[in-house]
Design a protein around this ligand. Sequence first.
Ligand code: HT7
Ligand code: ZN
Length: 875
Amino acid sequence: PQTIYRSDYTPPSYLVDTVELGFDLDPARTVVASRLTMRRNPDSAQREIELHGEDIDLVALRLNGRLLEPRDYAVNGNLLTIPNAPEEATLEIETVCVPEQNTTLSGLYTSNGNFFTQCEAEGFRRITYFPDRPDVMAKYTVMLRADKARYPVLLSNGNLLEEGDIGDGRHYAKWEDPFKKPSYLFALVAAQLVCQEETFRLADGRDALLQVWVEEGNLDKTDYAMQSLKHSIRWDEERYGLELDLDRFMIVATSDFNMGAMENKGLNIFNTKFVLANPRVATDIDFQGIEAVVAHEYFHNWTGNRVTCRDWFQLSLKEGLTVFRDQEFTADMIGTDTGRAVTRIDQVRTLRQAQFPEDAGPMAHPVRPDSFVEINNFYTVTVYEKGAEVVRMYQTLLGRDGFRKGMDLYFERHDEQAVTCDDFRQAMADAGGRDFSQFERWYSQAGTPTLRFETRYDKAAQTYALTLFQGCAPTPGQDSKLPFHIPVAVGLLDREGRDMPLTVDGKDMGTTAVLELLEAEQTFVFSGVTETPVPSVLRDFSAPVILQGGYTDADLLHLFNHDSDPVNRWEAGQRLAMGRLLKLTGEVAADGKLNLDDTFIEAMRKMLVDESLDPAFREQALMLPSETMIAEQLGEVDPMAVHLARQFMRANIGASLRSELLAQYDANQTPGPYSPDAASAGKRGLKNLALAYLNAAPDADTIALAARQCADAGNMTDRAAALGALIHARAPQAESELARFYDEFQGEALVVDKWFAMQASAPTTDIARVRELMRHPAFNLRNPNRARSLVANYCMNNAVQFHAPNGSGYLFWAEHVILLDGLNPQVAARLARAMDRWRRYTPALQVHMKTALQQVAGQQRLSNDVREVVTKALA
Ligand code: HT7
Ligand code: ZN
């Protein structure tokens, strides 16, 4: 496969002004007629017209009315070239595709018999020949024709111009999108669907029609998505002055979708997982996911659609920025300071759990990658989540108002353009009057920077010197790194745990100073410091770095008890736990005796019962670092040792804090009708964490408690938590409760996904059981949600079983990567990444892992997607 380099970018040879598309929709043979008005690009030296096409049959091609013969153009792989084209060209193209056979879910496909499209990143070329690159922006008019009884609903981007019957039981709808857009934002839906709709008054007084389209029978699950959409529209108006620019905005749910959702202009297409919810079938986490994803896709209308990416290397321009925007929205929707902190803690957890490992593995890449084989492999946590951290750092450096000025300037300069990450950085620099040239390294250098600190208190001078050191390990293709521009937010706690006022270089910095680290080593001196403080470094996780060492246990306890910055307060607890988990892991591996000190248990007890703190925060503070995060700290990973060490700690907490856990279990009940609001969800979170801890050291009483909750639960959050507790406690009723769960929810696809996922990730589920579940009538490898629920969960969230010493998990992985690759390369490539970090495991496991990787790599027929992942893993 060919590697594509960012440095090879050249402007498109031709620009497209208008696109007229006609679809005769038939699952077995859809005919697509396209009419493009094009003109030579003055910025290009090239004279050929270049069109992409993939898996479609070309029926006819006309240039300025003349039918072209095969000798008039060249087809090389997926590229069709027309040489010697005139300055102005009207192309008429007729192609045929077969949507019902399209299992890749890219391009035009059918799901439950309905038609959907997915064009990002390069799916439009699977529908018609086109210069399928984001810097070609054009105005689209779309005519859809289909059988009226089977496809009563015909949707596309923008505004509906007209609709009517055409005889023969067929009908049509004509849509026009008033804005220029790249081809990846094109969408159509032809389906049997119903919708919840309402008109919504925009800030400028216009009324917009909002619709949420779902399959019949799901209308009782659309309220939350609609409410989230309205909140998102209002928030973007208020926080950024950005308005909906269309008369209507549609969300359509499909159960076959490769990712979470897609921001097609005016016609967002969603995975059902991020639309459908009511208390019976969806958990608090599901509700949160819906709010965040609806907001994310809506926010793309400005950050992604109105201003788009010049090329796919700039993906984080829209994704990092839009994730940052949805994160801020989520925080604002909760509204309280602790709520804000809890969302921030969640973000930090995701980064550590998924992005730091990516940055330290064979697929490490900069936020703005330099090369790729398959762009679909670069919709990564680095581009999304680390990209959002990079955007957040502008806000930390400029302040909220300064950041808003930067955003305003960005839109003023680049509306309806396709631009680069550099353009965004320049807007921020110019609006803030700042030099952000060194900040560029956040885009170009891969790897997670490390941060270390040393301190020196001078009692006589009353100064406190904080020396910060930064570094960054080599990553593939980048052997050495230059210093990053790192905002380090710092506070100093006195012996009572109060914030000390901060003065640096004679400047009053309040109680949290944002220090700007630019060198490999830099010292900052605080003056007027009256006693030796405990430093609280990297408050609010002000930069995506690994803060190493520097703290004693006593410092950490002080911070855990007192830090006014809730994120660092939580962080101190995580460090206290991590130190012990690493020690326990070593003891398990050495067959030693396991011990957990009282100091730690007492710190946990104090946190658990501190009712001055929100339950949601206490839940976060009591949650242990995951097995993945522990493994990241180890030179050589024995997954069983990590699991046993963590289990030991959980059981110890469960047994030592039993009475307090029971008391919190009772105190955090949420009687009355279910509400997904943050306060209620926080209470359920703490209550269910208590239930899980109690059942980590199970006895008849704790099991009875879980069984009762399972029987009485009035919502899916409590039901799933109780069932999980029974499974993990190996309770005798686990089997029958699982069966009852399936019987009750077998008609709800998203709940059946949960049923598979729960089992796939349980340490009690071995390979034989997984294979048995694969034969369950409800299992279907072609459906991405279902495949992920069982196969991906087993390979990625069940470390002890997946890493069975006989290598059976790895063989299962190889078998399913290969099988899935034949159906859906994007889903296969994501599964393939389960083996990314194989070199970190014990030598015995590595042997089996390498064999499995080689088995996949040795396949003759393999997609570029999977080939890139396994080749990089083995390199
Ligand atoms: N921008 C969307 C990306 C996306 C996607 C990419 C590749 C293949 C399928 C896909 N579906 C959606 C989603 C988003 O970030 O909003
Ligand atoms: Zn996005």
